[in-house]
Write a protein that binds this ligand. Structure first.
Ligand SMILES: Nc1ncnc2c1ncn2[C@@H]1O[C@H](COP(=O)(O)OP(=O)(O)OP(=O)(O)O)[C@@H](O)[C@H]1O
Ligand SMILES: [Mg+2]
Length: 276
């Protein structure tokens, strides 16, 4: 199956068909509606922005099924972080809806979403550097402190190095280790879905590999994942389905493998992969 182009520009590539007609756009929307039926989390036609009168997201659709690992790639400034923040109640949604297990959660604040089983690891400043690893994880479970020990065990099972160094300040950890702390913190409330914003950013290739392995482990432990990644090729390799976001709109969506092999996606978004 080739990926479907969802925006309305004028590509005529034979592999990736542009929705040249209104009918095609409707068909793409129908495909989203069919896939999103019964999904754990879904966004429909989300419009959001920061400054009055300027929309950054221009009608995004996204869904993640139970146990799915979904990737979002796209150029800088496409709105990837904004989409995660909008779903997590950190950016005002101007129109459209976000629904979790059939319950509308549009515009709910982050603390309420955490209680409902949504976790978020932001792109930057995602640990408290002056606190220890253990204290960072406590911050993650402050809404359910009695469960700390049990959840700590779970997180330590995924990231044994964190347990060994639980008394070390997060500020003294390497970038990769901090990323583990940030993911661990988000897992402390036993989320059913977590949003990860560029977990491999700024890490060495070896540490990037480790982060991708950890994300897979988290997913295999039963946590659905929505992951934004600058490392698009690696992201598409590990995700079940992917979305390409461009200028605040879904540009392409398909399985990770189909997107990674789509000549148009390679040409436009995967850079050097085209020459590989
Ligand atoms: N707090 C903010 N106030 C105003 N505009 C913002 C704010 N944050 C982001 N933007 C704008 O929204 C647009 C999308 O930004 P966003 O951070 O969502 O992009 P992104 O796809 O995550 O990019 P990157 O790959 O660089 O992380 C950009 O034009 C950016 O300048
Ligand atoms: Mg971003």
């Amino acid at each position: 199956m080739s990926s479907r182009r969802l925006s309305e520009d004028d590509s005529t590539d034979e592999v990736v068909s542009a929705p040249a007609t209104r009918g095609q756009e409707v068909a793409d929307r129908s495909a989203h509606l069919a896939g999103a039926e019964g999904a754990l989390l879904r966004c429909d036609e989300v419009v959001a922005g920061y400054v009055p009168g300027v929309n950054i997201l221009n009608g995004c659709d996204l869904y993640v099924g139970d146990g799915e690992l979904v990737g979002i790639i796209g150029p800088n400034g496409a709105g990837k972080s904004t989409l995660l923040k909008a779903m997590f109640g950190l950016v005002t949604i101007r129109s459209g809806t976000v629904v979790l297990r059939g319950e509308e959660i549009t515009g709910l604040k982050a603390h309420a979403l955490v209680r409902k089983g949504v976790g978020f690891v932001p792109q930057t400043e995602n640990v408290f550097p002056s606190l220890t690893i253990e204290e960072n994880l406590e911050m993650g479970s402050f809404q359910a402190p009695k469960r700390f020990a049990e959840r700590f065990e779970f997180v330590a099972g995924l990231f044994p190095a964190l347990a060994d160094r639980r008394k070390q300040r997060a500020g003294s950890l390497s970038g990769g280790e901090r990323q583990m702390v940030a993911m661990g913190r988000a897992l402390m409330m036993e989320p059913s879905v977590i949003f990860l914003d560029e977990p491999s950013a700024g890490l060495s290739p070896a540490l990037q590999d480790e982060v991708f392995i950890r994300v897979r482990q988290i997913n295999r432990a039963g946590v659905s994942v929505v992951m934004v990644e600058q490392n698009a090729r690696r992201c598409l390799q590990i995700c079940d389905r992917g979305y390409v976001l461009d200028q605040g709109r879904n540009a392409y969506t398909a399985s990770g493998r189909d997107l990674a092999n789509d000549p148009k996606v390679i040409e436009l978004y995967l850079g050097t992969l085209a020459k590989a």
